[in-house]
Design a protein around this ligand. Structure first.
Ligand code: GLN
Length: 471
């Protein structure tokens, strides 16, 4: 059993262990395990690691240490760290060095965390298996023939095998929660706007959030507290006054969208495990309320219109001139074609095409506008459900356990369908967490997802802790 953040913090504080030995032991685990798993794309420079250790020691010495001080942390490779490589899992940024710190990296540095490595991911976070990385797949630490999930598969796998205590990923449609579930750990996507996106490579700007992975709900809460907060550098960041609002008490009511969960394509073991989890929650005093949200099953279609639209616009910046890979052509437009052809993988191209299509003048109203209308309808339906006294909405995190490497990579639609339970939180901007809920008979981890009203991460942590006790 891994030690919790608070336990490690106490040991560091009491001098039972040193920061050097803690970092050293994690590097050793990485050296042993990462050859097989391939969770990481690289270690951060020695000079960065050394300067962070020095700072962490000072913080312990002068009494300003936080729970993350001295703790080895891994970042998904789309979160910028000044002076370090950041590829976004793409060939087009193979030789890119970040020229500034993302707000999340800065907050972690300020908290005394030790950023040690950057993790593998689907190219620009597009995917659900890390098979779309230009640098090879990340294997599931529980079964190396299976995927670790995606797109933040590397961040999930490194915590699962013990190479880091905490890691961070980004979640546009489930990319923290689904790999957390596949790897048997906890993963959080917060309310849209609660964690700054400054210095996160944009995928779908109205959907993206950075969030933590950890072994326990407590660990994830600690990490979340450090990275969240208003940021003047991100115009979509929520004001702090909203966070300090008085909170209503928990009613201990869990909404279950039964017909949405009992759908075609859901794995039998996943469904049985979910039903058992619900029974166990009843056993500790939760009321289960069957709910019906008419547009919940439209969230996936809405997501696969809005997300590519935003992708096609966000990725226009990779033009072979401003950053990374450059294949000069005879004319500037040729350079643009050559660089993007050489730099982007299949899935990224597919989404740029889809996005350009749904935004084109003839189809804008039929697709993009309609998706935005349904998005607003879904938001309203969800807030109406919470207003009836439901604390959280529970579903499985993913309709299947970790699938085989190669099983869905040639079938994009099958891959997209795996996001059915996670995308509603992104489309509606609501916070959601995935927590381990047991294993299949073959030993593959399973996860349950709770989705709370806007700004109610606290509810996720409270119910999450209750749930951990019964599993
Ligand atoms: N699997 C989803 C997709 O492919 C989610 C990606 C994400 O959250 N970054 O778009």
């Amino acid at each position: 059993m891994q030690k919790t953040l608070k336990q490690i913090h106490k040991e560091l504080k009491d001098g039972v262990i040193t920061i050097e030995s803690l970092v050293g032991s994690h590097k050793k685990v990485i050296l042993e395990k990462d050859k097989e798993v391939h969770a990481l794309l690289g270690m951060y420079s020695d000079s960065l690691i050394e300067s962070q250790i020095k700072k962490a020691k000072e913080m312990f010495a002068n009494g300003t240490a936080t729970t993350l001080t001295g703790i080895p942390v891994v970042l998904k490779d789309n979160i910028l760290v000044k002076g370090e490589s950041g590829t976004g899992g793409s060939k087009i940024l193979e030789n890119y060095t970040a020229v500034y710190d993302s707000t999340v990296a800065k907050k972690l540095k300020d908290a005394g965390a030790i950023l040690i490595a950057r993790s593998n991911m689907d190219e620009f976070a597009m995917g659900g298996s890390t098979e779309n990385s230009a640098y090879g797949v990340t294997k599931n630490p529980h079964d190396s023939t299976r995927v670790a999930g995606g797109s933040s598969g590397g961040s999930a796998a490194v915590v699962a095998y013990g190479g880091a205590v905490i890691s961070f990923g980004s979640d546009t449609g489930g990319s923290i929660r689904q790999p957390a579930s596949f790897c048997g750990i906890v993963g959080l996507k917060s309310t849209y706007g609660n964690v700054s996106r400054y210095g996160l490579m944009s995928m779908g700007s109205s959907l993206d959030q950075i969030g933590p992975f950890g072994n326990t709900v407590d660990d994830v809460e600690e990490a979340y507290k450090i990275i969240s907060g208003n940021d003047v550098l991100d115009s979509t960041s929520l004001p702090n006054e909203l966070r300090d609002k008085k909170r209503e008490d928990l009613k201990k009511v869990i909404g279950v969208p039964t017909s949405f969960v009992n759908r075609e394509g859901i794995d039998k073991e996943v469904l049985d495990n979910f039903n058992q989890s619900i029974e166990k929650l009843k056993g500790i005093g939760y009321t289960i309320k069957e709910i019906n949200i008419p547009n919940l099953d439209k969230a996936l279609s809405v997501y696969y219109i809005i997300m590519p639209a935003e992708v096609s616009s966000n990725l226009a910046r990779y033009d072979g001139i401003r950053y990374g890979l450059s294949h000069p052509g005879d004319t500037s437009i040729r350079s643009y074609f050559e660089s993007r052809t050489a730099g982007f993988g299949t899935e990224v191209r597919r989404r740029i095409l889809l996005g350009t299509y749904v935004l084109s003048s003839g189809y804008y109203d039929a697709y993009y506008n309609k998706a935005n209308i349904v998005r607003e309808m879904l938001k309203k339906e969800l807030s109406d459900i919470y207003a009836t006294g439901v604390d959280v909405i529970a579903t499985p995190t993913s309709p299947t356990p970790a699938f085989k490497i190669g099983e869905k990579s040639q079938d994009p639609l099958a891959m997209y369908l795996a996001d059915i339970f996670t995308v509603p939180a992104n489309v509606s901007g609501l916070p959601a967490i995935s927590i381990p809920s047991g294993k299949t008979k073959d030993g593959l981890p399973l996860g349950i997802q709770f989705m709370a009203p806007s700004m109610r991460e606290d509810v996720l942590f409270t119910i999450g802790r209750d749930f951990e006790k019964i599993y």
